[in-house]
Design a protein. Structure first.
Lengths: 482, 960
């Protein structure tokens, strides 16, 4: 017999781990999708852990939140013009900066102190002050946990974005969403577990949603990018998702493919990696059938679309992102990023452009918060609103503000954080964090904590040491946890 | 397990959950199929607990006073011995009653003596220390001193450090005796078989010939064997048939492309800076081509290493020795130059030291398998590498230039000319002259435009309030445009522009006063706008006038460089800036607005434009450049305490890690940056790491795993070699062969070990499930390059052109510009290794199939199998195109016999012959397809469908 075909003439019974599992009734090759999603059986954990790195895994302890929606305001919105009013700036408007300026992005002589051009008003029962930039978000004030004492290390966008999303301002490391996916897996195998909607290409680009040294399975799946239009993206939101042939034809092909693969595997006495690839095809087929539905934002009611501002060209883009985020959250996607890309960098024309930017996102964000709440999703969905840093209390170039990573505001809502709550404070002029300082490492530690993960135990060994999202730092801010 | 349970309980978790978690962990332990998430969730070992939890607390809170040197109260808490000894107050740890240990009492702040004096530790920290004491205070043997020493004094190297396997000199082992000498085809086999025999295992039988051919062809070239190659090999029944195949493959230029790519993973190769702005490295490709060429011509590995560290400082070889420029040597230093960089980092000192750190990291990991960069802030926690060792190496790179000028706002990486100095200077002079001439024509054109614009601006300035009121009447009160234009003395067109500008729209702070003024105040407000406008206009006119005088003077005197035109600070008067300068402002005049200019001006403009266009055609051409480093100013490097350059400690000489020099007597480096000495030191034949690390890499790329499985880490946290003698044997042979990589390939590939089947035996599955002893060959998935290039080769569309760059442009692009993306591999036909890699946005296809991130040394890719990859096989245009092409080519043959065509398809895609039942099933499939689907009416589509299926199989995607 021709030696090259000998393998295929061989008839033998595989005596493998998998065969053993099958014999023990633990295989999942024959399990239906619903059983796959619902079952918490030994067999599922066993088999999936071997073949599917994205299978859901139990957290370290009982979580407050099951998923995250991260609303990223790329460019650096000004805290002292949004969530952190500073009376001293009103009083000392036009006076020189009373402290030594820390490292700035623009090293030319700083301008004088500049008061906020916006009024602050209390929102909700809690009375959290929100500026007139965000009248809609102000309506949700009682759900917001405003953190006024954020601290990062990057003075330029690249470093600051990298740190916000990966913990380090210098190196390339796995991103926040990848760590979460690595820690928890995902609930719905028909959708990627970590989705970045219209992410920015700049300032680290894909490194801000990539898996770094974690296995590639944990990388974020981008939905288009910030430079593309929603209509264009909707046609094929995930690369290769759309079957351009008939479903029957494809199923016909897959049948032959899987037959060949099964035989190939059996002849090789089974092999977990071969099995994993066979399973990946089953999952892909289901993903392709079921995932597109998740992206049919158009199917929402008119009222819902209006709530998110989809009826207004000004808010339609970010509204679509927020509404899509809700649809994905609803379907069990673990980590979702929305990006208002590179709009908030007002070195000049602070008033004009911050006004424009806020108008684009204010209504969509409040729509998201209200909608999540109505649907009972807010309680276990953590919503985060953040830029990569804030802006300086001194003016730059007459009518702008420079970057300020030394004390800035973000907010969280839902998912186990106290609503109507203010945590931390900056100094009198809003330049440095002064109370309950929350470094980005602390923020990450807290976020993982809310998801039921201990940031010190979520480690991955790479080139000889165990890495963490929080490096060797990070303290959970338990004060903000319900 | 206990430790974890205790901690879980502390977190207040229900028993039910605990049980569940316990079950999962138990499963994880039982079925540890070296699968990462499970493995990483294992219990931290006591030593890890100590290193990660306890030591940092001691270091931060206790060791400042209680260290080996100061020993306040006679207590040293920086070492196991010191801790065990206790202090003047007696022992700090009571093994019998741990809870009553003195340490626990003083940190509890319940007694008179309260430690640390600066304030009570956080509850969490107290809990950790208490847990640790209760565990019996384990202090790992891997002793290292965590606290950095300002003095720069190095810790004594312990006997344990010195005895660590990878720091030992290589031995010269004799291949061992074995029982089954029949199996021995190469000395390698003796080492493998001896271990197998010891464990009672037998090696797998030899692989089928075609399996072996496929294995070897992908292995050496990253491509499948062609039909002709398969048939030739089957026809060749001579005993050295396979040896001939190996020679043929080694001689193929495809070899360098594939093995060069392996090295490029180690060299974290990419074509842009990655971090922040992702600027292109326009010349990095020359390094890539150099690597490919080095493999193809079997450049001795020691030379290969030396050139990458200090090629520019070495004597030129070959063509370069005659030309006067060591092109090859300069290009090779791209290894150091093309790492990730944060060019917009404003703390420029930090930026530079991050680059030096990256260079230390890549150099020590790539060549030595050591993670020296771990010692930037503190002594290495696991390996005997001190911060002093680290800064001794940094000193070499801080005396090396990687930037043209780091101190500009966005720093510019260095590019080095590949021509002699005089020629490059000639180019620079020509470029300066050219830039001046371009500037002169630009200013001349601008002057004409301004001459046309200024009268309108002055007039507008004088009648601004009138114009504003007219515009307002139109957009707010519905007045007739033509009437208002006449009243304001403007053309209707001009008024239209003013209306568009002045009416409310996007938020504009400088128009708020105008828009918000109550109607009775509007005229007054308009006058204020006018006054400010006139003021700014006259200030600007004066400023630009002054410049123009100076400029004319310089021009007349032939001075160079010509003074730069001043810029208007827009933030000071945004209204004026927009109205006067704005490209869409009401006064905008473009160079192309023919009607605005006088006949004379038009003529002049035409002349200048022609001049400019002609000039641009003569732009001096930049000579060949390389992304490279060069020696810079010699820096007297200091240790930075905790890695902070604001906190310099003692100076360090340039040098190499002490653990590796104690036997080699080379420490201080005099003269130049020290790169040359570093290169020489690394490639000394007696270096215990260099040859071992490289032969291990090569072994790993052949077999799927190295003899040391952590190919980039030969330190304590790495794995121990499975076959230490074999490793040394290979390393010795490697050096003896003149560091020939190709000789090593031959030795490995002609061994029986390499030619084994990938089918494990029953006993191997039970006794050695990880196949550490190599009782069979390791099956592996194709890399993304092999997959893509393979598919292109199979359908005949692979473009084999070598070298050069497909990247265009320099610098970076707009923030969300598509140009920030790497080129799409699915639309190109060149081999994957030649596709430019924008580091921040690597090609999506490469990301999807586990290419890695191109930012750090990656000696072994981690492959995953996920659904989003399978979607590629189901739906990509790329695969549709491949299968169509292949079907076309299959049907173009003479035969019309389906069975024969199926055999050809198998041969081309899977490189084997189908069994009769496979042929039958394929034919059944084709028939079914034709019957079921409209598209099946076309013969081509049915065959394309079958081809697509075969391409998507595990059979294609895995190499046995």
């Amino acid at each position: 017999m021709d030696p090259l075909t000998s393998l295929y003439y061989r008839q033998e019974i595989p005596t493998s781990r998998r065969a053993w599992l099958r014999a023990a009734g633990l295989g999942f090759g024959s399990l239906s999708l619903s059983a796959l999603l619902a079952s918490e059986t030994l067999g599922r954990i066993l088999d999936e852990q071997q073949t599917n790195p994205l299978a859901a895994r139990p957290p370290h302890f009982v979580p407050k939140a099951k998923r995250v929606i991260f609303l990223f305001m790329h460019g650096g919105p000004s805290s002292i013009d949004t969530f952190d009013p500073k009376e001293r700036l009103v009083r000392d408007h036009g006076r020189p900066l009373p402290i030594t300026r820390p490292l700035a992005f623009d090293k030319s002589t700083p301008g004088p102190l500049m008061k906020s051009p916006w009024e602050f008003r209390p929102g909700g029962k809690s009375g959290i002050p929100v500026s007139d930039l965000f009248p809609y978000v102000r309506e949700c004030a009682d759900d917001l946990c405003v953190i006024r004492s954020m601290v990062g290390e990057g003075v330029d966008h690249g470093a600051a974005l990298l740190q916000t999303f990966t913990g380090t301002s210098t190196f390339i490391r796995p991103s926040l969403g990848s760590w979460v996916l690595y820690g928890l897996g995902t609930e719905n195998q028909n959708l990627p577990g970590f989705i970045a909607i219209k992410p920015s290409l700049a300032h680290g680009g894909a490194k801000n949603w990539s898996s770094g040294f974690l296995p590639g399975a944990f990388q974020g799946t981008p939905i288009g990018h910030a430079g593309r239009k929603v209509d264009e993206i909707s046609k094929e939101p995930i690369e290769y998702l759309v079957n351009k042939r008939s479903a029957d034809e494809q199923r016909y092909e897959i049948e032959l493919l899987q037959n060949i693969n099964r035989r190939h595997e059996a002849l090789r006495r089974s092999d977990p990696q071969l099995e994993a690839r066979i399973q990946a095809f089953e999952l892909a087929f289901r993903m392709q059938t079921e995932a597109p539905e998740a992206f049919l934002v158009d199917k929402e009611t008119k009222a819902t679309k209006k709530l998110y501002g989809l009826d207004d060209p000004l808010t339609a883009d970010f509204g679509w992102q927020c509404l899509l985020a809700r649809r994905l959250a609803e379907r069990g996607v673990r980590f979702i990023q929305c990006t208002h890309s590179y709009k908030w960098d007002q070195h000049s024309e602070l008033y004009n452009l911050h006004t424009q930017n806020a108008r684009e996102v204010d209504k969509p964000i409040s729509g998201l918060l209200k909608d999540l709440k109505t649907r009972g999703l807010l309680k276990d969905t953590l919503v985060v609103w953040a830029g990569e840093f804030g802006r300086t209390p001194v003016s730059q170039g007459g009518d702008g503000r420079d970057h300020n990573p030394y004390g800035y505001s973000i907010w969280m809502a839902g998912g186990g954080v106290k609503g109507g709550f203010i945590y931390g404070a900056t100094d009198e002029i809003g330049y440095h964090a002064a109370e309950d300082r929350m470094h980005i490492h602390d923020f990450h530690a807290t976020l993982l904590y809310l998801l039921g993960l201990d940031h010190e135990r979520l480690t991955f060994r790479n080139s000889g040491r165990d890495f963490r999202l929080t490096d060797v730092a990070g303290v959970v801010a338990k004060k903000i946890v319900v | 397990m206990k430790l974890s349970s205790a901690r879980v309980t502390r977190d207040g978790i229900s028993n039910l959950f605990l049980i569940k978690l316990g079950v999962c962990l138990a499963i994880a332990v039982v079925f540890l199929v070296n699968y990462f998430p499970v493995a990483a969730r294992q219990q931290p070992q006591a030593s890890e607990f100590f290193e990660k939890q306890v030591r940092p607390i001691l270091a931060a809170n206790c060791q400042t006073c209680h260290n080996a040197k100061t020993k306040v109260s006679g207590l040293d808490l920086s070492s196991a011995e010191g801790f065990a000894r206790g202090g003047e107050g007696g022992p700090v740890f009571d093994r019998a009653r741990p809870d009553e240990s003195r340490l626990i009492r003083v940190i509890g702040y319940g007694e008179e003596l309260k430690m640390p004096p600066s304030g009570r530790l956080r509850d969490e920290e107290i809990r950790i220390l208490t847990d640790w004491i209760r565990m019996g205070a384990p202090w790992p043997v891997a002793e290292a001193i965590a606290a950095p020493r300002a003095s720069g004094a190095s810790p004594a190297l312990s006997a344990g450090d010195k005895a660590f396997w990878s720091f030992q000199p290589m031995v010269d082992p004799q291949p061992p005796q074995v029982k089954d000498s029949q199996w021995i085809a190469s000395p390698i086999d003796r080492f493998i078989l001896a271990r197998l025999e010891k464990q009672g295992l037998t090696p797998a039988p030899a692989a089928d010939r075609l399996t072996l051919l496929r294995r070897a062809t992908y292995d050496l070239t990253g491509l499948p064997p062609s039909e002709a190659e398969i048939l030739a090999f089957l026809a060749d029944q001579s005993p050295d048939a396979f040896s001939k195949v190996v020679e043929r493959l080694l001689a193929s230029r495809r070899y360098g492309e594939h093995w060069g790519r392996h090295w490029l993973d180690v060299a974290r190769y990419a074509d842009s800076t990655g971090n922040d702005e992702d600027h292109r490295y326009p010349h990095a490709w020359r390094y890539r081509d150099w690597v490919i060429d080095a493999f193809n011509r079997d450049l001795p590995y020691d030379r290969f290493v030396r050139e990458q560290i200090a090629g520019d400082l070495l004597e030129a070889e070959g063509d370069d020795s005659a030309s006067g420029v060591n092109r090859s040597g300069i290009i090779a230093t791209g290894f150091l130059a093309l790492g990730p960089k944060a060019l917009a980092q404003q703390d420029k000192t930090k930026m530079l030291y991050d680059v030096y750190d990256e260079q230390v990291d890549v150099t020590t990991k790539a060549f030595l398998g050591l993670t020296v960069a771990c010692a930037r802030c503190h002594d290495h926690k696991f390996d005997p590498i001190s911060t002093k060792d680290y800064y001794s190496l940094v000193s070499i790179f801080s005396s090396t230039r990687s930037f043209k000028d780091p101190n500009v706002f966005v720093s510019e990486p260095l590019n080095r000319p590949l021509v002699v100095k005089s020629e490059f200077e000639k180019y620079l002079a020509a470029k300066r002259a050219y830039d001046e001439r371009i500037k002169r024509t630009r200013y001349a054109i601008e002057a004409i435009v301004e001459t046309a614009k200024d009268p309108a601006a002055w007039e507008a300035g004088m009648r601004l309030s009138e114009i504003m009121l007219a515009a307002r009447r139109v957009y707010l009160e519905g007045a007739v445009e033509a009437v208002e234009a006449r009243k304001a003395g403007l053309s209707e067109d001009a008024l239209k522009k003013w209306i568009a500008y002045l009416k409310p729209g996007k938020p504009r702070e400088h128009l708020l006063a105008w828009h918000n003024a109550p109607s009775e105040k509007v005229p007054g407000v308009a006058r204020e706008y006018q006054a400010r406008f006139e003021n700014s206009l006259s200030e600007w006119t004066q400023k630009v006038g002054k410049w123009r005088n100076k400029y004319q003077e310089a021009l007349a005197l032939g001075k160079s460089p010509l003074p730069e035109k001043p810029a208007f600070e827009a933030g000071n008067d945004r209204f004026f800036a927009e109205v006067y300068f704005g490209k869409e402002g009401p006064l905008a005049v473009a160079e192309t607005d023919e009607a605005v200019f006088s006949l004379e001006a038009r003529e002049e403009l035409k002349k200048l434009r022609t001049e400019r266009d002609a000039l641009k055609k003569q732009a001096p051409v930049e000579p060949d450049m390389a992304c490279a480093v060069e020696d810079g100013e010699i820096v007297n490097q200091k240790v930075f305490i905790r890695g902070d350059y604001h906190n310099p400690g003692e100076g360090v000489p340039k040098g190499f890690p002490r653990i590796l020099t104690s036997t080699m007597r080379e420490r201080d480096v005099q003269g130049g940056s020290g790169r040359r000495q570093l290169a020489q030191w690394i490639t000394k034949p007696e270096h215990p790491l260099t040859a071992r690390v490289m032969v291990n890499r090569i072994w790993g790329w052949h077999f799927g795993d190295g003899l040391v499985r952590t190919t980039d880490n030969f330190g304590r946290m790495g794995e121990q070699p499975t076959h230490p003698e074999l490793l040394d044997y290979l390393a010795r042979q490697f050096i003896r062969s003149g560091w020939s990589v190709k000789a090593l390939h031959r030795m490995i590939m002609l061994s029986s070990a390499y030619q084994m089947s990938s089918l494990p035996s029953d006993s191997s599955l039970t006794k050695d499930p990880d196949n550490r002893l190599l009782s069979h060959f390791n099956r592996r998935r194709l890399s993304v390059e092999e997959m893509r290039d393979g598919l292109l080769a199979i359908d005949g569309s692979l473009d084999l052109q070598m070298g050069g760059t497909l990247q265009s442009g320099t610098g970076t692009d707009g923030e969300n510009d598509n140009k920030r993306l790497s080129l799409n591999p699915e639309r190109l036909n060149r081999r994957t290794v030649y596709l430019p890699l924008r580091r921040a946005n690597l090609p999506a296809l490469l990301n999807l199939f586990d290419f890695g991130d191109a930012t750090t040394v990656n000696g072994k890719r981690q492959l995953t199998n996920v659904a989003t990859q399978a979607l590629f096989w189901l739906n990509s245009e790329f695969l549709a195109e491949r299968s169509q092409n292949l079907a076309r080519s299959l049907l173009a043959g003479k035969t019309t016999d389906d069975a024969q065509i199926v055999r050809r398809a198998y041969l081309r895609i899977l490189n084997r012959r189908p069994s009769p039942d496979e042929v039958a099933s394929a034919r059944k499939y084709l028939a079914g397809y034709r019957a079921k689907f409209v598209r099946g009416k076309k013969r081509l589509d049915a065959w394309a469908s079958l081809s697509r299926v075969l391409m998507a199989t595990n059979d294609f995607n895995y190499v046995d």
